[in-house]
Design a protein around this ligand. Sequence first.
Ligand code: DX5
Ligand code: ZN
Length: 226
Amino acid sequence: MPRAIVSPSVLASDFGQLTAECKRMIKGGAEWLHMDVMDGHFVPNITMGAPVLACVYKGVPGIFMDCHMMVSQPEKWVDDIANAGGSLYCFHIEAASDPLAIIDAIHSRKMKAGVAISPDTPSTAITDEIGHAADMLLVMTVYPGRGGQKFLERCVPKVAELRARFPDKDIEVDGGVGPNTIDVCAEAGSNVIVSGTAIFNAPEPERVIALLKDTVNNVQAKRTQA
Ligand code: DX5
Ligand code: ZN
């Protein structure tokens, strides 16, 4: 299984201090920063887009921006996000008319490609061809659209299904993930952990980041021994 990575969702941060918030997370041990881009169409809310990401990248050079694109026409923003400094472009399969073409476009801009599935989308929507072409698969554990929602445990079996089919891919979970829900995610085989409110609302975010990462590492170590 690929290595454990924690990707704090900046949706739960103080947007007025975005650059400082990202630096705070990196200092606390985060390797990736999860940037939730919402277009008011694929999901009801609007958050931020490429101009904001470009400012963050300028303020925190070299930052790994894990861009979660909750947008209706994902092919439309690949260039803008690449130009803004995006490292990974994750689009929703529900919004994509030609997922393989989008993955190609993302790769041609030297970004990693992620494919997300919402709670009502089965893991089989990720065909073998799409799964092998992508670098990361994202299993949403809440309905996309806002932070601070309750973790939907019924989505977890999809993580295990995808892990069985794609042992070497990054598999990310996103939505309601924190110290109380990490165990089932790690056991199912996810290795990239997004967490917003559980990290940003904690008095010591570095402790939550370490706990999430350690949980994934411990599960992996147990599997290797078995
Ligand atoms: C929801 C977003 C998530 C969310 C996670 O639409 O994709 O990234 O911000 O936040 P928490 O961890 O608070 O559920
Ligand atoms: Zn997200």
